[in-house]
Write a protein that binds this ligand. Structure first.
Ligand code: BGC
Ligand code: NOJ
Length: 815
């Protein structure tokens, strides 16, 4: 069953009924001002940091769901009837409803009582404001007298404090209303230099700024008193809950359309120019007012929207593919890169499953997000790499996350995840392969942001590897620390206190818990750093990294091969995890993916054996589950993983992030059919027709799909902010289609399903354009047998770098 359809030409997903299984959201903003918006206009906005600069309030886990948003109410003043043109919150049954989620904008259109309304929401490039462009049309054959009410609820900036500290916050709220603009100025009297504002292009019939006045006693968003009676109260908030609502009256002739623009913005004043007159406590509006005036002009709005769309066209043009599979094309060309941009910006901070408070910008997560982003925006990737590396610790270790506003690392969700530093090497390597910009390696970068601690970025990478090598366990495998990629495999945590966080509880010292996953990751990182060192003229470094990688591979083969698959770990007591010796959790997916990716067993059959075991034990119609059999009881020595009921999350859910590792591994061993088959199973577009089972948005990947031991097998959760986005884009474009940026050129090494006749692609790479055509005349899942570059046959599969500005034709034939 479907709730809408894709419009590929407009790069939109069109939702045709409002009551989707869950709110289906989209993101607004591309730089500093961000928001989420659901298909019924729910959601919130923030400036840079969803915890410390939350602009509007949202109630997570509320009833009805999706409570709080960018609401518009329309009232037919003739009959007194009122409704929400976005369906929520009044839920009046609309005669027509359509929500179009596009790239960084959402448009919701509907019709009721002969009045059509269409609201376009977007954040213009380079601005710290969002626009709601409302068009109201009278489709009756008589005049219509319509009231429009806008509504936002201001959050008192710090979202954590906002949800907890009522004894203070009910007394701090302050607003100003001046020239039709509502300013939210809570705490501006003291240390804040910023205000939020809510402006409207039309003369106001009234306004409200105190929520209780607007709604009326004991009423919800579905029945605001002001809307019901058709007149604002002109309330001024003193404490309690500052809110913003404009009231505009429109007299519409039959067939007439009117446009009303609302702006919700964030503004910072220089500290010494906060007040006007100085010392008065009144906001100085001289600097913000011209911005407001400009963006209230319909022409500026139209132009701003065009620029936003053009910026997406240009971003997405870095790589375009045309394959025989429509779902793959749609995801690879539009939605997957879009999701990669969103994950790059948001990391794991703002979604319907991430509250914007707890998990901010992950170190591991952000480095992986780069893998799916760097080709689109190398400049922003460079800046992110330097920010991330600046939080690295002098030991080579890393904070698990950092705060976007302060860019400082914190231990709020734990520390000592021993895989973290290695991801930095992968992120930097991806940047170097994409750009060739070796200057980044010489950038002075501090440790833990401490002044005078800086070394060249290259030294950070060395320390990342050293961090692993200094922490090896009894089998020569890396010590796991608190956890590795799998945050829930907590082999040193031993928590038996209810409710205690597995992420922050004491990590038991002295054990030898080791991670096979980190071992595989180390090999990938060491090989990358060897290549980097070689190109810096450091042949000695390069060979020592290669030797370390080889030694690690030896330890894996010797101590982590279980007979038919790679083991997952050794626990605190030295017992194997993910082994046929175990009663539960006998096989895990992560080591099969990462060990094969690191090259182990590709030549000698061990890799295909491990991948066959994945197919046999872990593959389901809804994707590959993380482990099997699921843990049916709590294992204190394994930690959070066994806290989940069987089939959910890390306990044998289809943890989608890991699936592309298996796709890549299958491609590496040359099995294109298997690789693409796995790709299709979790591709959200391919799952659109089972939307009632999948339940999350059909245009983006979810972190998790319930596994086969779960009663809700096939149900997705935690959509949007997941490493699944970057890794799936890598898997389909770089390994299945085989178009990979490398240090010295563009690799063309597709591993396709046998039945594909071929595909074409355009890739912009280091200022040249590559027009790629791959043919598979024999209908095999083989490798490139013949490569022509500019009509000339070349040996191997690496297309050498072309001069800037060149267009290069690349033709490959599969054999
Ligand atoms: C989740 C993990 C997540 C971790 C982050 C756990 O509860 O299951 O997926 O990475 O929290 O702290
Ligand atoms: C989600 C986290 O964001 C990510 O860092 C982690 O690797 C996975 N969960 C697996 O636990």
């Amino acid at each position: 069953m479907r709730y809408g359809h894709f419009d590929d030409t407009r790069r939109e997903y069109v939702i045709t009924r409002p009551d989707t299984p869950l709110p289906w959201i989209n993101y607004l903003g591309t730089d500093a001002f961000f928001g989420i918006i659901s298909n019924t206009a729910g959601g919130y906005s923030c400036y840079r940091d969803a915890r410390l600069r939350r602009i509007t309030r949202y109630r997570y886990n509320s009833v009805p769901p999706d409570s709080g948003g960018r609401y518009v109410y329309l009232r037919d003043n003739g009959s007194g009837q009122y409704w929400s043109p976005s369906w929520q919150p009044t839920q009046r049954k609309l005669d027509h409803y359509e929500c179009r989620h596009g790239l960084s904008y959402t448009q919701i259109a509907s019709a009721y009582l002969g009045v059509r309304a269409e609201t376009l929401y977007f954040v213009p490039l380079d601005e710290t404001l969002e626009i709601w462009r409302l068009r109201v049309s009278n489709e009756r054959d008589t005049p219509a007298d319509i009231s429009v009410f806008s509504s936002v609820e201001f959050c008192l900036w710090d979202a954590q404090d906002d949800a907890t500290n009522f004894q203070r916050n009910y007394s701090t709220g302050e607003v100003e209303v001046a020239d039709g603009v509502i300013y939210h100025k809570t705490e501006y009297r003291e240390r804040r230099d910023h205000v939020a504002y809510f402006a409207c292009s039309e003369p106001l019939a009234g306004f409200d700024t105190q929520r209780a006045a607007f709604l009326g006693a004991y009423r919800g968003w579905d029945r605001p008193a002001a809307v019901e009676r058709g007149e604002s109260f002109n309330s001024i908030a003193h404490g309690w809950s500052p809110h913003g609502s404009h009231h505009v009256r429109l007299s519409l002739a039959p067939g007439e359309t009117r446009e009303v623009v609302f702006l919700l913005g964030y503004w910072e004043n220089p500290r010494d120019q906060k007040f006007d007159p100085p010392g008065s406590g009144v906001i100085n509006k001289a600097l913000v007012r011209p911005v407001i005036d400009r963006w209230l002009q319909p022409a500026t709005v139209a132009e701003g929207f065009d620029r936003l769309r053009e910026s997406w066209t240009s971003l997405l043009s870095t790589l375009r593919v045309d394959t025989p599979d429509g779902d793959a094309n749609r995801m690879a060309n539009i939605w997957n890169p879009y999701q990669c941009v969103v994950t790059f910006e948001m990391s794991r901070s703002v979604s319907l499953f991430e509250s914007g408070i707890g998990r901010g910008m992950g170190f591991r997560d952000s480095n992986q997000d780069l893998l799916g982003f760097v080709h689109m925006a190398p400049g922003r990737s460079r800046a992110r790499i330097l920010d991330l590396a600046s939080t690295q610790l002098a030991t080579g270790g890393a904070y698990h996350q950092f705060q976007p506003l302060t860019k400082r690392g914190n231990n709020d969700i734990g520390s000592g995840f021993n895989d973290d530093p290695l991801w930095l090497v992968l992120g930097v390597a991806a940047y170097l392969k994409e750009t060739g910009d070796a200057s980044i390696l010489d950038e002075p970068v501090p440790y833990d942001n401490a002044e005078d601690s800086a070394t060249a970025l290259y030294v950070h990478l060395e320390r990342s590897l050293r961090y692993t090598l200094d922490r090896l366990g009894p089998h020569g495998l890396p010590l796991i620390g608190r956890a590795d990629w799998n945050d829930c495999l907590n082999l040193n945590c031993f928590s038996d206190t209810p409710g205690e966080s597995f992420q922050t509880t004491v990590n038991k010292d002295g054990g030898g818990a080791e991670s096979v996953f980190i071992a595989g990751l180390f090999i990938l990182a060491a090989k990358d750093l060897a290549e980097i060192a070689e190109r810096r003229g450091l042949a000695g470094d390069a060979s020592s990294y290669r030797a370390a990688a080889e030694k690690m591979a030896g330890s894996i083969v010797e101590h982590a091969w279980d007979g038919a698959w790679f083991r997952r770990a050794y626990d605190y007591f030295g017992n194997a995890v993910g082994s046929s010796e175990n009663e539960e959790g006998q096989i895990f997916v992560e080591p099969q993916g990462i060990c094969v990716m690191s090259g182990i067993g590709v030549q000698n059959g061990m890799a295909t054996r491990a991948l066959d075991s994945v197919r046999e034990h872990l593959a389901t119609a809804h994707g590959i589950v993380l482990l099997r059999p699921a843990y049916t009881r709590y294992h204190v020595e394994l930690g959070e993983i066994s806290s989940y009921p069987p089939g959910y999350k890390e306990n044998a859910g289809v943890f989608c992030h890991t699936n592309p590792w298996v796709m890549i591994a299958e491609a590496m061993v040359g099995r294109g059919d298997a690789a693409f088959d796995y790709y299709k199973r979790i591709n959200p577009s391919a799952r659109e027709e089972i939307a009632e089972i999948h339940r999350c948005e059909p245009y983006v990947y979810a972190q998790m799909i319930a596994g086969k031991e779960a009663p809700t097998h096939g149900e997705a959760k935690n959509s949007w902010l997941t490493g699944t986005a970057a890794w799936n884009l890598v898997a389909i474009t770089q390994w299945i289609l085989g178009i990979r940026a490398e240090f010295d050129g563009l690799r063309i090494d597709p591993v396709l399903p046998a039945e594909w006749p071929g595909f074409t692609a355009t890739r912009r790479f280091r200022d040249a354009t590559y027009e790629i055509s791959v043919r598979n005349p024999a209908g095999v899942s083989g490798r490139v047998g013949h490569l022509l570059v500019g009509g000339e046959s070349i040996a191997g599969t690496l297309v050498p770098l072309a001069p800037p500005g060149a267009t290069v034709n690349v033709e490959a034939v599969i054999r």
